[in-house]
Design a protein. Structure first.
Length: 90
């Protein structure tokens, strides 16, 4: 069983992808004049985490290396977040 991921072990490229997804969500809410409440719904955050992993799996090596730090690996759960609390506590 892998240990819980932290921002220290998490791929920076992955974190950027998750934050991009969060920003897109907030931007959409603002464009609809909808209220933004925190924390975000866990199912919405889970969707961001899955989408960010997919983004990283499809990204080129140049993008993944751009941010330095821990390399992203789709086979290594310590390089990405799998549960909304990972995002919330980061």
């Amino acid at each position: 069983m892998s240990s819980q991921v932290t921002s220290r072990g998490c791929s920076r490229a992955y974190i950027v992808c998750v934050l991009w997804r969060a920003w897109e969500h907030v931007r959409l809410l603002k464009s609809q004049d909808a209220s933004i409440s925190f924390p975000f719904n866990e199912s919405v955050v889970k969707d961001w985490l899955v989408a960010a992993k997919d983004d990283c799996l499809q990204a080129g090596e140049e993008f993944l290396e751009l941010f330095g730090g821990t390399d992203f690996s789709g086979d290594d759960a310590t390089t990405y977040w799998t549960l909304p609390p990972h995002f919330f506590t980061w």
